[in-house]
Write a new protein. Structure first.
Ligand code: PMP
Length: 320
């Protein structure tokens, strides 16, 4: 039996059309994706609602999954409807009330040249209970470290895709941040503007309005980001999209990360390590504690995902 400490309540996994016991899934060391990052994936959440578990913005995640596969020149051997049903099945089979769901599509075993001529495209979907990405303490605000590594530029790779290989950069920056005792990394783009976190988008708040960037700034335009923009508009909060400078961030009234895993997390401290030749600079963002707009948007978002705001029921897919 595999240890599932880091995958609470995971019992079953879906692989190429069939449900298998979690521990029965093994891969050969010559799996193409293991060597070259030739995989695509999604990160999706289901939440407990008064009407049973529901998956947040499932069609949008499935659409993005197919875009990512296309960028990697892979054809998903299932329709979007079949993938949608498989995702719902995994949540049901694991009897999960709320969970994180990870569809993964990769070049598997077959050959090891860079061109995966004989490597079997393989689709697996797993789900497990994953309550909070950074722990409850993160709700009090986290410290971010501006990494000296610039985010992969949109002229180098299609950053609309969630490609396994791109996350090597996310992992390295995330480890470097944590080695400094900081909660999370933050990338600049090649232009020197704020890009995104290793797995999060960034918003700044100024004079009661929120601002984030878009794909022209070398980010993945997250589904949480899009949702927060829509929720803010509905709440009458001014929104804008454009480049965010380091100055915009250090002088912001508030800042917060968004993402499926982190949901909405205030960023209250910043360490600028972007220039290796200059000593790191620490700044407090705004009052150094979660600000009113971040708190309001987080609450609205959490109410919506938990089915407490009927206006947004269209964003929730029941698993049955
Ligand atoms: N940027 C990156 C690099 C990510 O991995 C993620 C997480 N998928 C996000 C942003 C946020 O995207 P979403 O809100 O769709 O989870």
């Amino acid at each position: 039996m595999l240890d599932t400490t880091s995958f609470p309540k995971a019992k079953k996994i879906w692989s190429m059309g069939k449900i298998h016991p979690w521990s029965d899934t093994t891969l050969h060391a010559m799996t193409h994706a293991l060597h070259y990052g030739t995989s695509t994936f999604e990160g999706i959440r289901a939440y407990a609602t008064p009407a049973g578990p529901k998956i947040f913005r499932l069609p949008e995640h499935v659409d993005r999954f197919f875009v990512s596969a296309g960028v990697l020149k892979m054809t998903v051997p299932y329709t979007k409807e079949e993938v949608t049903e498989a995702i719902k099945l995994v949540v049901r089979e694991n009897e999960l009330e709320s969970c994180y769901i990870r569809p993964l599509f990769f070049y598997g075993y077959g050959n090891l040249g860079l061109i995966p001529k004989a490597s079997q495209p393989t689709l697996v979907i797993s789900a497990w209970e994953w309550s909070s990405y950074m722990g409850e303490a993160a709700l009090g605000g986290i410290k971010a470290f501006i990494s000296p590594w610039r985010r992969v530029h949109h002229s180098q790779l299609d950053m609309r895709a969630k490609l396994g290989g791109v996350y090597v950069q996310s992992t390295i920056a995330g480890l470097e941040a944590r080695a400094l005792g900081v909660d999370e990394a933050l990338f600049l783009n090649i232009e020197g503007h704020i890009a995104e976190g290793p797995g999060e988008n960034l918003f700044v708040v100024k004079n009661g309005g929120i601002k984030t960037n878009d794909r022209t700034e070398s980010i993945l335009e997250g589904i949480t980001r899009t949702s927060i923009l829509e929720i803010a508009k509905d709440l009458g909060i001014k929104t804008s999209i454009g480049p965010i400078t380091i100055d915009d961030l250090t002088k912001a009234d508030e800042a917060f990360f968004t993402g499926t895993a982190v949901e909405v997390i205030p960023v209250t401290q910043l360490i600028d390590g972007s220039d290796r030749n200059v000593p790191k600079r620490e700044t407090t963002i705004g009052a150094g504690k979660p600000g009113p707009i971040s708190v309001r948007l987080r609450k609205a978002y959490m109410d919506i995902v938990r089915g407490a705001d009927p206006k947004y029921d269209r964003w929730l897919t029941p698993i049955k």
